[in-house]
Design a protein around this ligand. Structure first.
Ligand SMILES: *Cc1c(COP(=O)(O)O)cnc(C)c1O
Length: 362
């Protein structure tokens, strides 16, 4: 009798497992702590909580959650169109931007295709690639920064997709918008370039790929409501691209992939510029606080502009556990091949101070 594994699609057997930040309740139970005393600086969530406008809209939407959501995401796509001065046909909405990247992979990848990204790029690119039997081509990142020339040089006739995040997670490094545009323009016609802008709201300037989309270049851009809008738990993200590519992704997705309160929250949060502005200010101050604190402790970190810092902490595994015992959850980067590194999400001033105080207990 064959086992389930023998019957499974081959790529499923070698599919790596995503290691998420540890949830507060799980850590509290494991270490016998009051969940209210535990802080999570492990998943780059917004320390200010959800966008108040988004939260109010989600609460209101729950009153009618006996209804299916609008599968076409009509109003959110119209709002995105006016926000970006594009058309609703240029947007597909997903259950987090993670889902839209999987949709992209599902629509375009098959065995034999290659997908190019950095060796310390966001792990979802590798997961999406392998899930559909395609081959990941991981380009070395000297000093944990993207080498855009090397990314370009890794492109072959078999390349179907190139992924780049700026800022990149988990390293935090950012690429110059001019260099990103030059890379996108340099790619051959059979390659789709996906720019992941999950943290773009934290930058002063991000790469505007809309002119390239308009000119027919094969580029798509993903964005999320999980970070600067504070809606990670509701799962909403989107991809921007030509009407043709978006039409294909819309065929692949489930009919009701984005739930009702999430859609309502995202529509309202898009207008919450005051909240995003406050988020940016708190983050900039927190980044400076963490950077100064790490320097004072003699720890190296990768300079960045996102809402987290990757810090080199030689006994990272032990520190990770010790911090959890003290009610502070961070993220080890061993899974990214960064042994001896921890990723620290920027929290509130008090949270950052608590993290630094715990790190100082050596
Ligand atoms: C957090 C993150 C995302 C967003 O994921 P969602 O599925 O939208 O929550 C996308 N890309 C990168 C690089 C991220 O760090």
């Amino acid at each position: 009798m064959p086992t389930y594994s023998e019957l499974a699609n081959r790529p499923v057997l070698s599919q790596p497992v995503y290691e998420a930040g540890r949830p507060i309740e799980v850590v509290a139970r494991e270490f016998g702590l009051d969940p209210a005393s535990v802080i999570k600086l492990a998943s780059n969530e917004n320390p200010l909580g959800p966008s108040p406008k988004g939260l109010a809209a989600a609460q209101k939407a729950l009153q009618v959650c006996h209804l299916y959501p609008d599968g076409g995401c009509t109003f959110l796509r119209e709002k995105l169109a006016s926000h970006w001065a594009m058309k609703p046909e240029n947007f597909v909405v997903g259950n987090g931007s993670n889902e839209v990247m999987i949709l992209l992979a599902q629509a375009f990848l098959r065995a034999g295709d290659e997908v190019v990204f950095g060796s310390q790029a966001f792990i979802v690119y590798k997961l999406a690639t392998m899930l559909f039997g395609a081959t990941p081509v991981e380009v070395p990142m000297p000093g944990y920064r993207h080498d855009l020339k090397a990314l370009r040089a890794a492109v072959t006739d078999r390349t179907r997709l190139v992924f780049l995040a700026s800022p990149n997670n988990p390293t935090g490094g950012t690429d110059d918008p001019k260099d990103i545009i030059a890379l996108a323009e340099s790619l051959p016609e059979h390659v789709i370039f996906c720019l992941d802008e999950a943290y773009a709201e934290y930058l002063d300037a991000s790469a505007d790929l809309r002119p390239l989309i308009a000119s027919g270049r094969k580029v798509v851009v993903s964005r999320t409501f999980s970070k600067a809008y504070g809606l990670a738990g509701l799962r909403v993200g989107y991809m921007m691209g030509s009407a043709e590519v978006i039409g294909l992704l819309n065929r692949v997705r489930q009919p009701f992939n984005v739930n009702l309160p999430a859609l309502a929250a995202a529509e309202a949060a898009l207008d919450d510029t005051e909240f995003v502005q406050r988020t940016r200010q708190v983050n900039a101050a927190g980044l400076a606080q963490l950077a100064a604190g790490l320097s004072a402790l003699g720890y190296e970190y990768i300079d960045g502009k996102a809402n987290f810092l990757a810090a080199k902490i030689p006994d990272a595994d032990a520190v990770f556990t010790r911090l959890q015992k003290a009610g502070v959850i961070v993220r080890p980067l061993r899974g990214y091949g960064m042994v001896g590194w921890l990723r620290l999400t920027v929290g509130t001033t008090a949270q950052n101070a608590r993290l630094l105080a715990e790190l100082a207990q050596r």
